[in-house]
Design a binder for this molecule. Structure first.
Ligand code: NAD
Length: 429
């Protein structure tokens, strides 16, 4: 138990240290103006809230929630809310910074934020989670808003969570403002103002970036073996689209277990199994259980980390067999592991590019709500593919021109966009 706590602590510190090292490295490459570096290396606002919630048995628990707003020079703060025991200020800082680079790279008019509640949602009933979410929203008050800071789902939060936030936020507004606030959160259920396609957008984007990589390298995805860490929103949908392309899902790891079948597993059957099995793939009959420590060493061509940060480290990087790592998760590869992988010739599709399909489609949802429009799914997916292709090609181009890896190239594009905003606007007063 204590060992687990220490390990989690190291991982959180690692996330902030990682994003800072990534930022500093790219800033050094472009010789970033030191004044702009000073601004970008800190977060604008950090909110910590403690709030009481009545449990089903009548007792009261006090929870701690976070919202960190890193930068809004390109538009309103944007980023997910995570419900997990490892959520704290440093984790929220790191994840908020990644959101700033991600939205800037995607060329959408947003800044970066992240937050969540430090809890294990498995310990609470649905009605307790609803009350926790509503009290958290109330505690955040006007620190979030449709033109200020727009949350979205992340680990252990989902469209239902967003619908509770929306309803609570709207209930605190004057009647004439209520219907104009739909875009205070994205990733909502369709019935509550969500967009077609937002459910699958992040995983679809992960798949698209793998497809673009395959096209550029004359690789046929059909028959390729892939492994996925985290079989939640991102991992499941990435697997769904890779399977549609003819690739074979051979290994899956979630928070409870690791399974493997060298002949491939049926993605739909596995998802149905986990939905009926308390949200875990553990025990799936058409696969064998393997030691979780061996997951990244499984024989495969493509590896999709789609769970938490700092999963690929010095300890396991060398054992990785995959040719390409598509970072569905935020910050899954630490800096030391990245060096090992690059030396081995492994391609890493960096998180701020690979998983940006989610926030791009959140932007489409926000636009629809703001303009009173409803777009068909074909239009959403087509626009998403177009935007991702532009980002992917730009990252390739900058990587070649500057002779840097893809992550550094992606950071350079993002930082230069932010730099331009500061150069154009100057510093008040
Ligand atoms: P989710 O809650 O839907 O799924 C998380 C999955 O990870 C679950 O299968 C869970 O069992 C597994 N997991 C948790 N801890 C694990 C561990 N220690 N080892 C192995 N597996 C573990 O979350 P999600 O929305 O799919 O998010 C996954 C990742 O993708 C996160 O890093 C998130 O920040 C990132 N991301 C999500 C979105 C989005 O739109 N949801 C967008 C961009 C990035």
């Amino acid at each position: 138990m204590i060992a687990e706590k220490v390990k989690n602590e190291a991982k959180k510190q690692g996330m902030l240290a990682n994003v800072m090292r990534q930022f500093n490295h790219a800033s050094d490459v472009i010789d970033l103006n030191p004044n702009i570096r000073k601004i970008l290396e800190v977060t604008n606002n950090e909110l910590v809230v403690h709030f009481p919630v009545k449990m089903d048995d009548g007792t009261v628990e006090v929870f701690t929630g976070y919202r960190v707003q890193h930068n809004n020079s390109l538009g309103p703060y944007k980023g997910g809310l995570r419900y997990h025991p490892t959520v704290d200020l440093d984790a929220a800082r790191a994840l908020a910074m990644w959101m700033t680079w991600k939205t800037a790279l995607a060329g959408i008019p947003y800044g970066g934020a992240k937050g969540g509640i430090q809890l294990d949602p498995k310990k609470y009933s649905t009605s307790e989670l609803e009350r926790i979410t509503r009290r958290f929203t109330y505690a955040l008050g006007d620190n979030i808003g449709p033109e200020l800071d727009i949350p979205a789902p992340d680990v252990n939060t989902n469209p239902q969570t967003m619908a509770w936030i929306l309803d609570t936020y709207m209930s605190t507004k004057a009647p004439n403002e209520r219907s104009t606030n739909l875009h205070v959160v994205t990733g909502k259920p369709i019935g509550a103002g969500g967009s077609e396609g937002r459910d699958r957008a992040t995983g679809f984007g992960v798949y698209l970036t793998i497809k673009f990589w395959a096209e550029n390298n004359n690789v046929e995805l059909k028959g390729k073996k892939f492994i996925v860490q985290g079989f939640g929103n991102v991992g499941y949908w990435a697997a769904f689209f890779l399977e549609e392309e003819g690739a074979k899902l051979v290994g899956v790891q979630d928070a409870f277990g690791t399974i493997y079948n060298e002949n491939g597993m049926d993605v739909q059957a596995l998802n149905e199994y986990q939905l009926a099995n308390n949200g875990t793939v553990q025990g799936f009959k058409e696969a064998q259980a393997v030691d979780p420590a061996d997951f990244f060493a499984l024989d495969c061509d493509i590896c999709v980390p789609a769970a938490l940060g700092n999963q690929i480290t010095e300890d396991n990087a060398d054992s990785i067999k995959a040719q390409v790592i598509a970072e569905g998760a935020n910050g899954p590869t630490d800096v030391a592991a990245e060096q090992i992988l690059l030396q081995k010739g492994v391609t890493i599709i960096p998180d701020i590019l690979c998983n940006s399909g989610g926030v791009i489609t959140s932007y489409f949802e926000w636009l629809q709500n703001r303009n009173g429009e409803i777009w068909p799914i074909e239009e959403v997916m087509e626009k998403l593919e177009k935007k991702l292709r532009i980002s992917f090609n730009k990252v390739q181009k900058v990587a070649e021109e500057r002779k840097v890896d893809a992550r550094t190239a992606a950071f350079i594009i993002a930082i230069e966009r932010l730099q331009q905003a500061y150069v154009d606007r100057g510093i008040f007063p």
